[in-house]
Design a protein around this ligand. Structure first.
Ligand code: SF4
Length: 305
């Protein structure tokens, strides 16, 4: 049986931004917010499982629902979980103001991740990120940055300074990135993507829980819904090889997923996630239970877009 050690709660799919690289299609127009009762239920289920040691509060942008988020962090800490938070720093207008936003988390949050890069702003490290970092450090909150590089070949972004004193990483082309950022980026033949490079799908240590209750092994690939069936049962029943999407991915990556269902495909893709996400779009009607919800595939409030 898999040993889940971390639950990452998407407190909301909503975000004040619509970054091109966002895995979860964060947007002001998104649907889905977790209630306090649902958070309590998830924590209780995590405790009953017995292996979960940490809770992360993410989104979307969790600070959009600030009082609930502060309560959720306190509640998690009181239940003995380590607590992490991920934010885009929109609220950090000055160091002084950022300290007011972050003060409730001092002594509770073990890991604050500050998302900052050219997808969020016109500078890799903008003033909001610096303010959030400075405030967290003054409050003694462990803090780090999460910085994604703009892929080579993508137009419309300022040039990223080479050798800047920041640690950054490559994006994965899933979610909105698979639609918005692939043009102009170098591709490789589809059959080359014969493994998932990022997720341990056969024994995931952490899963994301969305506001609808879905447990995501990777964003948009789920192992069930803990508002419909207890987490302990979902974990006990999880058979990676028998999962209609995970099974092929384990056997031969996104290329095997395409081959298993004889899906139409292009000659070349930007990365494994690009092929995987594209294949999953083609499979959603066939496997709606495990490839959803609509929010993870950018299929929300179309009439408003
Ligand atoms: S290859 Fe597929 S399952 Fe693996 S990280 Fe990329 S999108 Fe997720």
């Amino acid at each position: 049986m898999i040993a889940l050690t971390s639950l990452h709660l998407l407190l909301t799919y909503q975000c004040n931004y619509e970054c091109d690289h966002c895995f979860v299609w964060g947007s002001p127009l998104q649907d889905g917010v977790m209630t306090m009762a649902q958070v309590r239920d998830i924590y209780r289920q995590g405790q009953e499982l017995g292996t979960v040691t940490s809770i992360y509060l993410e989104g979307g942008e969790p600070f959009l629902y600030y009082p609930i988020m502060v309560w959720a962090a306190r509640e998690a800490a009181e239940r003995g979980f380590q607590v992490g938070v991920l934010s885009n720093n929109y609220w950090a207008t000055t160091v002084e103001d950022a300290m007011e936003w972050l003060r409730p988390f001092a002594g509770i949050v073990h890991d604050l991740s500050i998302s900052t890069d050219l997808f969020h702003s016109d500078a890799v490290m903008d003033d909001h990120a610096r303010n959030a970092l400075a405030a967290a450090e003054q409050l003694g909150i462990p803090v780090g940055t999460l910085i994604c590089d703009v892929p080579e070949g993508v137009a419309g972004y300022p040039a990223q300074e080479k050798g800047a004193p920041v640690e950054s990483g490559a994006i994965m082309f899933k979610g909105r990135a698979a639609v918005k950022l692939v043009d102009g980026v170098a591709r490789r033949p589809w059959s080359a993507f014969d493994a998932c490079p990022y997720e341990t799908l056969d024994d995931p240590g952490r899963v994301h829980v969305d506001p609808l209750g879905y447990l995501h092994l990777c964003q948009g690939i789920n192992m069930g819904n803990l508002f419909e069936r207890p987490l302990a049962e979902l974990v006990a029943a999880y058979d990676p090889q028998a999962h209609p999407v995970v099974g092929p991915l384990l056997r031969g990556g996104p290329a095997a997923l395409v081959a298993a269902y004889d899906l139409p495909h292009g000659d070349a893709y930007v990365d494994a996630c690009h092929l995987c996400y594209t294949a999953r779009l083609a499979l959603r009607e066939r496997f709606p239970q495990v490839l959803g919800p609509d929010q993870m595939y950018g299929d929300f409030r179309e009439e408003l877009r």
